[in-house]
Design a protein around this ligand. Structure first.
Ligand code: HEM
Length: 116
């Protein structure tokens, strides 16, 4: 099960690369890659927490205040990315929305790595 869990961690890191890399490459517009990365972070993050909480042999003890903080930030990232993408498709890009999504995604990398 550890292997499966670690595979989900890999998809979580690839999702992070998509949302942050997509932001850097496409700003001031929101790209499709950014939106899919933001969606992937929500799904893979929730799967990681579900597995960590329910499978004792993984030996994980998620830090809930940290997880809730990441979840709130990730929901905002996805919301700004979805709205920004919808606007970009109609040809009216709002740069602040792109920067809000990308900046909050980068903030979540700091929360992930520095809060222990
Ligand atoms: C934009 C959204 C997100 C970004 C950029 C992000 C980024 C990261 C990064 C870089 C790591 C690896 C950190 C390390 O190993 O020290 C990580 C781990 C993790 N993330 Fe996220 N994350 C996001 C959203 C979420 C969400 C929504 C959840 C859960 C609700 C979540 C749950 C986790 C968990 C449980 C781990 C630990 C994996 C492990 O090493 O066992 N993440 N995240």
């Amino acid at each position: 099960m550890t292997f499966v869990y670690n595979l989900v961690v890999v998809t979580h890191l690839l999702g992070m690369a998509a949302v942050v890399g997509g932001y850097v490459a496409s700003q001031p517009r929101v790209s499709e890659l950014m939106v899919w990365g933001a969606r992937a972070q929500l799904v893979t993050g929730v799967v990681l927490v579900g597995m960590a909480e329910s499978i004792d042999s993984l030996g994980k003890d998620p830090n809930m205040p940290k997880i809730i903080t990441k979840l709130v930030i990730a929901v905002l990232v996805a919301a700004f990315a979805e709205m920004g993408r919808a606007d970009a498709k109609r040809g009216k890009a709002l740069p602040w929305m792109t920067h809000a999504a990308g900046g909050l995604a980068i903030l979540n990398v700091f929360v992930a790595a520095l809060w222990h």
